[in-house]
Design a protein around this ligand. Structure first.
Ligand SMILES: Nc1ncnc2c1ncn2[C@@H]1O[C@H](COP(=O)(O)OP(=O)(O)O)[C@@H](O)[C@H]1O
Ligand SMILES: [Mg+2]
Length: 223
């Protein structure tokens, strides 16, 4: 079976002035199509660093990341950006929506960027927003939405172009318990519908247990 993401012997060290901070150490990980994986670990252990490598946002110090059979180390910046746009979706703890754009435009953005025509992009996006109960919030800007609603819009944006894998970095970390449950439920439902894999970083064991499997990041390795 083809893997969605493979990493081999992945290491990462931050270099700042004289200081070296090794974070990941010869780590290996395979993601299968449509599976869900939680990555847990103490604050500062390198979870966000790992997601940034998996998403091609940073390049590893040593080792390889392979996304849908493409070795990122063999690609230039533009090719990585295209690969990311085509195969990956991202959700962060803070929504990172564009503040001057409506919910509808935010969700449609990935489709417009990849060149879909405006009419079909907006139609698809308003349908997805309606599916997640935000049909009355299409023209609201992020500041006019609740925290949970913003995160739902961010999830819709991440999944609108059917990515093979959704990368989520503590997506409910900033929400109250009830909104967190709603947002998590929605994410699992959409992931199922779109048949995307999910890599979820969380420090909440109750959430981690809801995934197909979970791994702990410890001393730079997944155990
Ligand atoms: N830009 C940076 N320069 C130097 N060290 C960094 C930088 N970003 C993060 N770190 C360090 O790398 C480690 C891992 O950070 P991070 O991946 O953000 O951890 P987590 O997401 O698990 O909380 C931390 O100890 C942090 O202090
Ligand atoms: Mg983090």
């Amino acid at each position: 079976m083809n893997k969605i993401i493979e990493c081999q012997n992945l290491s990462y060290t931050y270099h700042n002035a004289e200081i070296e901070t090794p974070v990941l150490n010869a780590l290996n990980l395979d993601i299968n199509p449509a599976e869900s994986l939680a990555i847990i670990g103490q604050s500062g252990c390198g979870k966000s660093t790992l997601l940034n490598l998996l998403g091609g946002i940073d390049q590893p110090t040593t080792g390889k990341v392979i996304i849908n059979n493409a070795d990122l180390s063999q690609l230039n910046e533009e090719a990585i950006t295209n690969l990311r746009a085509q195969h990956l979706g991202f959700v962060y703890q803070f929504h990172h929506l564009l503040k001057d754009f409506s919910a509808l435009d935010n969700v449609a953005m990935p489709l417009l960027i990849r060149g879909d025509d405006t009419h079909s992009a907006l139609e698809k996006s308003s349908k997805l927003l309606a599916d997640i109960g935000l049909q009355n919030r299409l023209n609201h800007r992020p500041a006019e939405l609740s925290g949970g609603q913003r995160q739902r819009v961010a999830i819709a944006r991440a999944l609108i172009n059917n990515p093979s894998c959704l990368l989520a970095d503590e997506p409910t970390g900033n929400l109250d318990t009830k909104s967190a449950q709603e947002v998590l439920g929605l994410m699992m439902e959409l992931k199922q519908q779109k048949k995307s894999a999910l890599i979820l970083v969380t420090h909440d064991m109750n959430i981690a247990k809801k995934m197909d499997r979970f791994l702990t990041l410890e001393n730079g390795k997944l155990v």
